[in-house]
Design a binder for this molecule. Sequence first.
Ligand SMILES: [Zn+2]
Length: 165
Amino acid sequence: MSVEQRESLITAAFEGKPKKNTYSPYSKFAVGAALLAADGTIFKGANIENASYGGTICAERTAIVKAVSDGTKSFIALAVVTDVPSAISPCGMCRQVIREFCALDMPILLVPGDYPKPPGDESEGKPGVTAGGVKETSIGELLPDSFGPEQLELPRTGGRLTPRK
Ligand SMILES: [Zn+2]
């Protein structure tokens, strides 16, 4: 990912977050996400909540579902931004969905809501924190020892219900 792509992706994540895009009347926690596809397309997402709380869809999953339903399944990077002035991590459910479609080492940029932080900010020097206070991580780090599609390809034991003696 080039410096220009990184900046475009972060900008797109912010564009997902404004009130007109996010629907977060219950949590009042606006989240924007942007997913960079291998062909350079950026898919934007926002969190879309529901009065039946379980129907809520996070910004990360919104972006992934938009991309995949448009026929794109190859991604280079993901950026996530919220309303709070620190890097916020994807929830557990989103981590599993990211795991389905993204390489374990694909960059995930967790962008503070007040990005860019000035040089000398207290976040500077913390593990994974890069320019502007962005925490750079990956799904391999966020979801270690994860279950993924390749496990479903493993040979089966034939449905035995007792341990081998
Ligand atoms: Zn989530």
